[in-house]
Every structure is written in structure tokens, then in C-alpha cells.
Design a protein around this ligand. Structure first.
Ligand code: DX5
Ligand code: ZN
Length: 225
């Protein structure tokens, strides 16, 4: 599967969000990661469907990858699908009926993702592996940008890769949290194909150089030990 770099706009300058999104896309980003936080599932409050719609109205045509850190999810799924979301992912703890919410996403014509916080077991996948298009492994606890990558996530990514390969399904394996130029290579080697990076991209002086460096590192896998 072609690797995707997914800048998280959580670290962008919200006062000029449309320009920021176009800048990272011009710099080589593949999809736009859109973090939705509700001051309930996580302490922070961020952005909702109106902002997603605004990006579409601004002319953004790249896939928008909505990461819900909010509860409950079903109304948000309907609103974000109408607002132009491409992928919609949620945490299983945030839905009373995970299978129903996953299928609701697909019924709206979007790709469905399930998100795993560091302590959330992959066993959630057992009965829904045929109902998802994306697995998002969080390598930090959800809620904030700029946190350090949790090393034990690498083993979890590798296990998720085995589960995907055994299923034979077309499922993206995304990693979110603390992804940098200096660790993206080992994250790719563990089996990830979609890489969220917020602070590493938006806090860098040159988006194009940063994204190019990330793509070069990914192509270098596996790591020589
Ligand atoms: C954290 C968010 C991430 C965040 C990643 O809860 O889901 O998408 O923006 O930020 P970095 O890349 O700075 O760790
Ligand atoms: Zn995220």
C-alpha cells in the first residue's frame, strides 16, 4: 500500500487554516488528519464539522481523515460525512455499539476507522475486521499534540499488521502521536503505512523538506540492526 503522510492540523495556525492545509499538500502530504476533541472524551476542545466543510469550500480536495476523540459518535459521523470527511475514525470506548457506528460510517460513503489508545486492546478487532478500512494505533495518549512516542506501540503496530495480513482485507494501518523524522523508519518497519505528524511538520521551518525527509526514511525500511 502506498505510504501516506498525514499532517495533523492540530498543530497548524488556525487563523489561516486553509492556507496551512494547502501548504502541506503542496509540500507532499497525502491526506489531512483532522483531530476532533470535545472536552469530555479528552480534556481539550477543538474543531467540528463546520471547519471540515470550510476546508472543502476553500477548495481542498485531498482526503480528510477525521479522528474523533469525542463521544457519543453517531451524530458526529452523520455531520462529518455531510461536511466532506473521507475517513472517519473513533475510539471503541466512545461508542455504545461499535459495529453499528462502523457501519454507519460506511453507509454514509466514508471509510471507517477504529482507534486504539495505548491501553486499548486489539481484541476489539476480532468481530469487526470485515467492517473497517483503517486501524489507527495511538502512540501517545489522545488529547494533545507534541507528546513523546510510546515505544511499546511498535509491538502493537506489528501485531495489528499481522491481523490485517491474516484478514486479507484492504485496511490501512495508521500511527498517530510523536511521529518524527528520526523514528518514522522503525514505525514503517513495524508495519505502518499511514503516518500522522502534527508538531513534527507544522513546527518545522520547511514543510516540504520535513515531509520529503519522512518519505525518504520510510523508503529505507527495514532498519539495519
Ligand atoms: C493527539 C492527536 C494527534 C496529534 C499528534 O491526541 O490525535 O493527531 O495532533 O501530534 P504530534 O504529531 O505532535 O504528536
Ligand atoms: Zn489524531
Amino acid at each position: 500500500m502506498t505510504p501516506f503522510i498525514a499532517p495533523s492540523i492540530l498543530s497548524a495556525n488556525f487563523a489561516k487554516l486553509g492556507e496551512e492545509v494547502n501548504a502541506v499538500l503542496d509540500a507532499g502530504a497525502d491526506i489531512i488528519h483532522f483531530d476532533v476533541m470535545d472536552n469530555r472524551f479528552v480534556p481539550v476542545l477543538t474543531i467540528g464539522p463546520l471547519v471540515c466543510q470550510s476546508l472543502r469550500d476553500f477548495g481542498v480536495t485531498a482526503p480528510i481523515d477525521v479522528h474523533l476523540m469525542a463521544e457519543p459518535v453517531d451524530n458526529l459521523i452523520l455531520d462529518f460525512s455531510k461536511a466532506g470527511a473521507s475517513y472517519i475514525s473513533f475510539h471503541p470506548e466512545a461508542s455504545r455499539h461499535v459495529h453499528r457506528s462502523l457501519n454507519l460510517i460506511r453507509e454514509q460513503g466514508c471509510k471507517a476507522g477504529l482507534v486504539f489508545s495505548p491501553a486499548t486492546p486489539l481484541t476489539w478487532l476480532e468481530h469487526v475486521i470485515d467492517d473497517i478500512d483503517l486501524i489507527l494505533i495511538m502512540s501517545v495518549n489522545p488529547g494533545f499534540g507534541g507528546q513523546s512516542f510510546i515505544e511499546s506501540s511498535l509491538a502493537k503496530i506489528a501485531t495489528a499488521r499481522e491481523i490485517i495480513d491474516a484478514s486479507g482485507n484492504d485496511i490501512r494501518l495508521e500511527v498517530d502521536g510523536g511521529v518524527k523524522i528520526n523514528n518514522i523508519r522503525e514505525i514503517a518497519a513495524a508495519g505502518a503505512d499511514t503516518f500522522v505528524a502534527g508538531s513534527a511538520i507544522f513546527n518545522s521551518d520547511n514543510y516540504s523538506e520535513t515531509i520529503s525527509a519522512m518519505k525518504s526514511e520510510i523508503m529505507l525500511k527495514p532498519i539495519d540492526n
